[in-house]
Design a protein around this ligand. Structure first.
Ligand code: UGA
Length: 462
């Protein structure tokens, strides 16, 4: 990977269509806005979160995300990127509107589409013909059609507007790299005009002509032109397939624990089979974050709506939720029962390394479980202390990992931050009450930890 120098010539303002991004201060919206600006488009990112818009307009990036702060500053300076809390201002005069608003889960697992509906109504009010509306938020099949119905009450499809589904596959922590080096680009459009315009918009990526963070080794990027329906399902199916791999490998790790077989050897043995591949096979505390579980639950709800129970998908969801019980079983053995009054230190609070996002974080799920047993829970994260402190006030959060470890009966590695491998574990051993480590990410070197005198347990590593 190389980052092209900031002084490198970037495309000048031209007759390229102005793009509005609704939900432009959220994860996907922000990366998309800054990325499209880097590709030479004039982008106006609208978001109802006024505080975020204010901060972003000053060049303050609210997310811990590699390359993103520099990209935002660079594009604010180029004047191609701007932020507003007034969606009408963004919509009027933009020829393409990208909808990247949040689509959270309801209690029953179905998707809450309120933000999408509101966005559609706002577009209907302010749309100037001809505009292409692109749905980038992850939505259940049928949503784009619903948006079309809303806009279609005032405007004529094909004449005043067209719709498309262009799903996003960004991973938090490497979202900018993913934006410029996508594994594929999916354009779901049922008419030739939006298909052609969107193909042209993505051309710099397809040709790799303006990659801010380029991957020299990468081959051509496949472009999949498909229907709106298929594009929506591809996104859901992709996240569900990833969830499937993680559920599978956590199941094998649990078996490894009971059979005394090292999971690392099993993963290596599996990964060399090209039909399986080596990626996305790290056992962990269960998939977390704002996407995988939500999308799996949403697909189940969609299947149910169409009269199909989807037993396989349900089993995945259930197995992932029970991963915390698997870990808890180990906690009880290691910290000793009863847990009440014991001190347990959590190393890592974000849902994975590379991000300060604590939404649906396995670390916080574990913290809640321990707190309910009367455990004194201490926590430390290199980047997500503030976010975790606001999400769960009962954790005693510290910025110094050594203080967090002091007098602990058990340290649990909950996030795979590389920073933890560089800590002075010899010093930590002296600080703890009991030198016990439960490594739910298989991050540390078990032999080294044992040599230092720790009782170490990972997943499928005992
Ligand atoms: C996921 C998908 O990977 C993206 O392609 C997609 O665009 C995104 O959701 C989305 O729909 O917006 P993300 O949620 O950022 O991206 O995170 P992942 O890297 O996929 O990790 C998800 C969870 O799986 C995390 O809790 C992570 O710790 C866990 N994981 C991941 C493992 O336990 N083991 C692994 O080998 C990989």
């Amino acid at each position: 990977m190389s980052k092209k120098s900031a002084s490198k010539k970037t495309p000048s303002k031209s007759k390229k269509p102005r793009i509005a991004v609704l939900g432009g201060a959220g994860y996907v919206g922000l990366v998309t806005s800054a990325g499209l600006a880097e590709l030479g488009y004039e982008v106006i990112a609208a978001d109802l979160n006024k505080e975020r818009v204010k901060r972003l307009s000053k060049g303050e990036c609210p997310l811990h995300e590699e390359y993103l702060p520099e990209l935002i500053s660079r594009q604010l300076n180029s004047k191609r990127l701007s932020f507003t809390s007034d969606p009408a201002r963004a919509i009027t005069n933009s020829r393409v509107i990208v909808v990247a608003v949040g689509t959270p889960s309801r209690h029953d697992g179905s998707t809450d589409l309120n933000a999408i509906i509101e966005a559609a109504k706002t577009i209907r009010r302010h749309l100037k013909p001809y505009t292409i509306v692109v749905i980038k938020s992850t939505v259940p099949l049928g949503t784009v059609e619903m948006v079309s119905d809303i806009i279609g009450r005032k405007h004529k499809i094909g004449k005043a507007y067209d719709l498309a589904s262009v799903p996003e596959f960004l991973r938090e922590g490497r979202a900018v790299r993913d934006f410029f080096n996508p594994d594929r680009i999916i354009i779901g459009a049922d008419r030739a005009r939006p298909r052609q315009v969107l193909k042209t918009i993505h051309e710099p990526l397809l040709k790799r002509s303006h990659a801010y963070v380029s991957n020299e080794k990468a081959s051509t990027i496949p472009l999949i032109l498909t229907s709106i329906k298929a594009a929506q399902l591809i996104k859901h199916a992709a996240n569900t397939f990833l969830a499937n791999r993680l559920t599978f490998i956590n199941e094998i790790a649990s078996l490894c624990d009971r059979l005394g077989v090292p999971i690392d050897d099993v993963v290596e043995g599996l990964g060399h089979d090209p039909r399986i591949g080596q990626y996305y096979l790290k056992p962990g505390p269960g998939f977390g974050g704002p996407c995988l579980e939500k999308d799996l639950a949403s697909l189940i709800a969609l299947a149910e709506h169409y009269g199909y129970r989807a037993p396989f998908l349900r089993a995945m969801l259930e197995r992932n939720r029970s991963q915390i019980d698997e870990l808890y079983r180990k906690v009880r053995v290691m910290a000793g029962y009863p847990l009440h009054g014991k001190k347990i230190a959590l190393f890592g609070l974000s849902f994975k390394a590379g991000t300060n996002d604590v939404r649906n974080s396995p670390a916080l799920k574990m913290a809640k479980r321990l707190l309910s047993e009367g455990v004194e829970v201490y926590g430390h994260d290199p980047y997500a202390n503030k976010q975790a402190g606001s999400a769960l006030t009962e954790i005693k959060i510290g910025t110094d990992p050594y203080k967090t470890a002091r007098h602990a009966h058990l340290i649990i590695i909950t996030t795979e931050w590389p920073e933890f491998t560089k800590l002075d574990w010899k010093r930590i051993k002296k600080l703890t009450t009991k030198a016990y480590i439960l490594d739910t990410r298989n991050l540390l070197n078990p032999k080294q930890m044992k040599r230092l005198g720790f009782i170490y347990a990972g997943l499928g590593r005992n």
